[in-house]
Design a protein around this ligand. Structure first.
Ligand code: SAH
Length: 245
Protein backbone atom coordinates (compact mmCIF):
# COMPACT_ATOMS: atom_id res chain seq x y z
CA UNK A 1 0.00 0.00 0.00
CA UNK A 2 1.28 3.45 -0.80
CA UNK A 3 -0.40 6.66 0.26
CA UNK A 4 -2.10 8.67 -2.50
CA UNK A 5 -0.13 11.68 -1.22
CA UNK A 6 1.16 12.80 -4.63
CA UNK A 7 -2.31 13.44 -6.09
CA UNK A 8 -3.01 17.19 -6.13
CA UNK A 9 -6.36 18.62 -5.04
CA UNK A 10 -7.27 22.00 -6.56
CA UNK A 11 -10.15 24.16 -5.25
CA UNK A 12 -11.30 26.92 -7.60
CA UNK A 13 -12.59 30.21 -6.11
CA UNK A 14 -13.97 28.72 -2.93
CA UNK A 15 -16.33 31.22 -1.22
CA UNK A 16 -16.51 29.74 2.27
CA UNK A 17 -13.19 29.39 4.12
CA UNK A 18 -14.83 26.69 6.26
CA UNK A 19 -15.03 24.50 3.16
CA UNK A 20 -11.29 24.92 2.57
CA UNK A 21 -10.56 23.73 6.11
CA UNK A 22 -13.00 20.84 5.81
CA UNK A 23 -11.46 19.85 2.46
CA UNK A 24 -7.97 19.86 4.05
CA UNK A 25 -9.27 17.61 6.81
CA UNK A 26 -10.93 15.27 4.28
CA UNK A 27 -7.64 15.07 2.38
CA UNK A 28 -5.46 14.33 5.37
CA UNK A 29 -7.70 11.55 6.67
CA UNK A 30 -7.18 9.79 3.33
CA UNK A 31 -3.43 10.39 3.10
CA UNK A 32 -3.42 13.35 0.69
CA UNK A 33 -1.63 16.59 1.40
CA UNK A 34 -1.06 18.61 -1.75
CA UNK A 35 -3.63 21.43 -1.88
CA UNK A 36 -3.73 24.29 -4.38
CA UNK A 37 -6.23 27.15 -4.03
CA UNK A 38 -7.20 29.24 -7.05
CA UNK A 39 -8.30 32.74 -5.96
CA UNK A 40 -9.96 31.73 -2.66
CA UNK A 41 -12.50 34.43 -1.61
CA UNK A 42 -11.58 34.74 2.04
CA UNK A 43 -8.30 33.12 2.94
CA UNK A 44 -6.31 32.68 5.20
CA UNK A 45 -9.10 32.72 7.74
CA UNK A 46 -9.61 31.39 11.29
CA UNK A 47 -12.68 29.49 10.14
CA UNK A 48 -10.56 27.50 7.68
CA UNK A 49 -8.09 26.58 10.41
CA UNK A 50 -10.90 25.67 12.83
CA UNK A 51 -12.60 23.38 10.31
CA UNK A 52 -9.26 21.79 9.38
CA UNK A 53 -9.30 20.27 12.89
CA UNK A 54 -5.66 19.29 13.03
CA UNK A 55 -5.00 19.20 9.30
CA UNK A 56 -3.49 22.69 9.57
CA UNK A 57 -0.27 21.41 8.02
CA UNK A 58 -2.18 20.80 4.78
CA UNK A 59 -3.41 24.41 4.93
CA UNK A 60 0.02 25.75 5.84
CA UNK A 61 1.53 24.01 2.80
CA UNK A 62 -1.32 25.03 0.46
CA UNK A 63 -0.27 27.04 -2.57
CA UNK A 64 -2.44 29.99 -3.64
CA UNK A 65 -2.46 30.85 -7.35
CA UNK A 66 -4.52 33.16 -9.55
CA UNK A 67 -5.66 30.80 -12.31
CA UNK A 68 -6.53 27.16 -12.86
CA UNK A 69 -3.96 27.06 -15.67
CA UNK A 70 -1.25 28.00 -13.15
CA UNK A 71 -2.50 25.40 -10.66
CA UNK A 72 -2.13 22.53 -13.15
CA UNK A 73 0.66 23.77 -15.45
CA UNK A 74 2.88 20.80 -14.53
CA UNK A 75 0.07 18.19 -14.59
CA UNK A 76 -0.31 15.54 -17.27
CA UNK A 77 -3.68 14.17 -16.20
CA UNK A 78 -6.36 16.43 -14.74
CA UNK A 79 -9.86 15.44 -13.68
CA UNK A 80 -12.57 18.10 -13.32
CA UNK A 81 -15.10 17.12 -10.64
CA UNK A 82 -18.54 18.13 -11.79
CA UNK A 83 -22.07 17.58 -10.55
CA UNK A 84 -23.63 18.51 -13.85
CA UNK A 85 -22.95 16.58 -17.02
CA UNK A 86 -22.45 19.23 -19.65
CA UNK A 87 -24.12 19.44 -23.01
CA UNK A 88 -20.80 19.62 -24.87
CA UNK A 89 -19.64 16.03 -25.28
CA UNK A 90 -16.78 15.31 -22.99
CA UNK A 91 -15.43 12.10 -21.50
CA UNK A 92 -17.05 11.50 -18.12
CA UNK A 93 -15.87 8.84 -15.68
CA UNK A 94 -17.26 7.83 -12.32
CA UNK A 95 -15.20 8.74 -9.28
CA UNK A 96 -14.22 5.07 -8.92
CA UNK A 97 -12.94 4.78 -12.48
CA UNK A 98 -11.12 8.09 -12.10
CA UNK A 99 -9.42 6.96 -8.91
CA UNK A 100 -8.27 3.75 -10.59
CA UNK A 101 -6.80 5.70 -13.49
CA UNK A 102 -5.20 8.28 -11.22
CA UNK A 103 -3.47 5.68 -9.06
CA UNK A 104 -2.24 3.71 -12.07
CA UNK A 105 -0.98 6.72 -13.95
CA UNK A 106 0.62 8.61 -11.11
CA UNK A 107 3.81 6.60 -11.63
CA UNK A 108 4.36 8.34 -14.97
CA UNK A 109 2.13 11.44 -14.82
CA UNK A 110 1.42 14.25 -12.38
CA UNK A 111 -2.30 13.94 -11.53
CA UNK A 112 -4.73 16.59 -10.22
CA UNK A 113 -8.43 16.63 -9.32
CA UNK A 114 -10.12 20.02 -9.63
CA UNK A 115 -13.22 21.14 -7.70
CA UNK A 116 -15.45 24.09 -8.55
CA UNK A 117 -17.20 26.93 -6.76
CA UNK A 118 -19.91 26.18 -4.22
CA UNK A 119 -22.62 27.94 -6.21
CA UNK A 120 -21.63 27.60 -9.84
CA UNK A 121 -19.09 24.77 -10.07
CA UNK A 122 -16.49 24.92 -12.86
CA UNK A 123 -16.88 27.01 -16.04
CA UNK A 124 -16.71 25.43 -19.49
CA UNK A 125 -13.34 27.09 -20.04
CA UNK A 126 -12.05 25.49 -16.84
CA UNK A 127 -13.48 22.07 -17.72
CA UNK A 128 -11.75 22.40 -21.09
CA UNK A 129 -8.41 22.28 -19.25
CA UNK A 130 -9.25 18.81 -17.86
CA UNK A 131 -8.69 15.54 -19.70
CA UNK A 132 -11.73 13.95 -18.10
CA UNK A 133 -14.77 14.92 -16.08
CA UNK A 134 -15.23 13.08 -12.82
CA UNK A 135 -18.74 12.50 -11.51
CA UNK A 136 -19.91 11.13 -8.18
CA UNK A 137 -23.14 9.25 -8.91
CA UNK A 138 -25.65 10.72 -6.46
CA UNK A 139 -29.37 10.42 -5.83
CA UNK A 140 -30.90 12.20 -8.84
CA UNK A 141 -33.80 13.32 -6.65
CA UNK A 142 -31.41 15.10 -4.27
CA UNK A 143 -28.08 15.66 -5.92
CA UNK A 144 -26.68 18.53 -3.87
CA UNK A 145 -23.31 17.51 -2.47
CA UNK A 146 -21.29 19.93 -0.39
CA UNK A 147 -17.83 20.81 -1.75
CA UNK A 148 -15.89 19.28 1.17
CA UNK A 149 -18.10 16.17 1.06
CA UNK A 150 -17.26 15.78 -2.64
CA UNK A 151 -13.55 16.13 -1.79
CA UNK A 152 -14.00 13.47 0.89
CA UNK A 153 -15.57 10.97 -1.51
CA UNK A 154 -12.85 11.54 -4.13
CA UNK A 155 -10.02 11.21 -1.58
CA UNK A 156 -11.60 8.06 -0.14
CA UNK A 157 -11.77 6.45 -3.59
CA UNK A 158 -8.16 7.46 -4.24
CA UNK A 159 -7.17 5.76 -1.02
CA UNK A 160 -9.12 2.60 -1.84
CA UNK A 161 -7.51 2.52 -5.29
CA UNK A 162 -4.08 3.03 -3.72
CA UNK A 163 -4.81 0.10 -1.40
CA UNK A 164 -5.00 -1.99 -4.55
CA UNK A 165 -8.71 -2.73 -4.76
CA UNK A 166 -9.24 -1.00 -8.08
CA UNK A 167 -7.69 -2.52 -11.13
CA UNK A 168 -7.33 -0.32 -14.16
CA UNK A 169 -5.46 -1.17 -17.30
CA UNK A 170 -2.90 1.60 -17.65
CA UNK A 171 -2.65 3.68 -20.78
CA UNK A 172 1.03 3.16 -21.45
CA UNK A 173 2.60 5.96 -23.40
CA UNK A 174 5.99 5.17 -24.88
CA UNK A 175 6.88 8.78 -24.18
CA UNK A 176 5.94 11.28 -21.52
CA UNK A 177 2.62 13.13 -21.85
CA UNK A 178 2.86 16.87 -22.39
CA UNK A 179 2.15 18.87 -19.23
CA UNK A 180 -0.80 21.31 -19.34
CA UNK A 181 1.47 24.37 -19.55
CA UNK A 182 3.08 23.05 -22.74
CA UNK A 183 -0.29 22.33 -24.39
CA UNK A 184 -1.36 25.84 -23.31
CA UNK A 185 1.50 27.62 -25.06
CA UNK A 186 1.09 25.49 -28.19
CA UNK A 187 -2.57 26.40 -28.21
CA UNK A 188 -1.79 30.11 -27.87
CA UNK A 189 0.54 29.85 -30.90
CA UNK A 190 -2.11 27.96 -32.90
CA UNK A 191 -4.69 30.65 -32.14
CA UNK A 192 -2.31 33.43 -33.24
CA UNK A 193 -1.62 31.59 -36.50
CA UNK A 194 -5.31 30.96 -37.13
CA UNK A 195 -5.98 34.68 -36.69
CA UNK A 196 -3.07 35.37 -39.02
CA UNK A 197 -4.52 33.23 -41.85
CA UNK A 198 -8.02 34.60 -41.28
CA UNK A 199 -9.52 31.33 -40.06
CA UNK A 200 -10.25 32.70 -36.60
CA UNK A 201 -11.90 36.08 -36.18
CA UNK A 202 -10.62 37.52 -32.86
CA UNK A 203 -13.68 39.79 -32.66
CA UNK A 204 -16.06 36.87 -33.16
CA UNK A 205 -14.24 33.67 -32.16
CA UNK A 206 -17.48 31.70 -31.54
CA UNK A 207 -16.60 28.40 -29.86
CA UNK A 208 -13.58 27.66 -32.05
CA UNK A 209 -10.77 28.24 -29.50
CA UNK A 210 -12.63 26.21 -26.86
CA UNK A 211 -13.33 23.35 -29.29
CA UNK A 212 -9.72 23.24 -30.46
CA UNK A 213 -8.48 23.28 -26.89
CA UNK A 214 -10.77 20.36 -26.06
CA UNK A 215 -9.47 18.46 -29.06
CA UNK A 216 -5.86 18.72 -27.90
CA UNK A 217 -6.64 18.08 -24.23
CA UNK A 218 -8.68 14.98 -25.08
CA UNK A 219 -5.94 13.59 -27.30
CA UNK A 220 -3.42 13.72 -24.40
CA UNK A 221 -0.49 14.51 -26.71
CA UNK A 222 3.01 13.52 -25.70
CA UNK A 223 5.83 16.07 -25.45
CA UNK A 224 7.14 14.86 -28.79
CA UNK A 225 3.77 15.22 -30.51
CA UNK A 226 3.47 18.83 -29.32
CA UNK A 227 6.98 19.47 -30.65
CA UNK A 228 5.88 18.07 -34.04
CA UNK A 229 2.78 20.30 -34.08
CA UNK A 230 4.90 23.33 -33.15
CA UNK A 231 7.32 22.44 -35.96
CA UNK A 232 4.44 22.24 -38.44
CA UNK A 233 3.10 25.67 -37.39
CA UNK A 234 6.58 27.14 -37.70
CA UNK A 235 7.07 25.61 -41.17
CA UNK A 236 3.72 26.90 -42.39
CA UNK A 237 4.36 30.39 -41.10
CA UNK A 238 7.80 30.44 -42.76
CA UNK A 239 6.17 29.46 -46.04
CA UNK A 240 3.47 32.16 -45.59
CA UNK A 241 6.04 34.82 -44.92
CA UNK A 242 8.08 33.76 -47.95
CA UNK A 243 4.97 33.94 -50.17
CA UNK A 244 4.01 37.35 -48.75
CA UNK A 245 7.45 38.75 -49.39
N1 SAH B 1 -24.16 24.06 -7.96
C1 SAH B 1 -22.91 23.58 -8.45
C2 SAH B 1 -22.38 22.50 -7.53
C3 SAH B 1 -21.25 22.99 -6.82
S1 SAH B 1 -20.72 21.92 -5.53
C4 SAH B 1 -23.06 23.04 -9.84
O1 SAH B 1 -24.18 22.84 -10.28
O2 SAH B 1 -22.06 22.81 -10.52
C5 SAH B 1 -18.99 22.35 -5.54
C6 SAH B 1 -18.11 21.40 -6.27
O3 SAH B 1 -18.17 20.11 -5.65
C7 SAH B 1 -18.43 21.15 -7.72
O4 SAH B 1 -17.92 22.16 -8.57
C8 SAH B 1 -17.72 19.83 -7.95
O5 SAH B 1 -16.34 20.04 -8.16
C9 SAH B 1 -17.93 19.11 -6.61
N2 SAH B 1 -19.12 18.24 -6.69
C10 SAH B 1 -20.31 18.39 -6.10
N3 SAH B 1 -21.14 17.37 -6.40
C11 SAH B 1 -20.46 16.54 -7.21
C12 SAH B 1 -20.77 15.30 -7.87
N4 SAH B 1 -21.94 14.72 -7.77
N5 SAH B 1 -19.79 14.74 -8.64
C13 SAH B 1 -18.58 15.34 -8.76
N6 SAH B 1 -18.24 16.49 -8.16
C14 SAH B 1 -19.16 17.09 -7.40
Amino acid sequence: MSEPSDIRIVLVETSHPGNIGAAARAMKTMGLGELVLVNPKDYPCVEATARAAGADDVLANARVVDSLAAAIADCQLTFGATARLRSLRWPVVTVREAAGMAITERQSSKVAVVFGRERTGLSNDELALCQKLLNIPVNPAFSSLNLAAAVQVVCYELRIAALGDAVHEPERPEEEYAPAGMIDSFHAQLERDLVDIGFLDPDNPRQLPLKLRRLFIKARPTINEIKIMRGILKGLSRKRNATDA
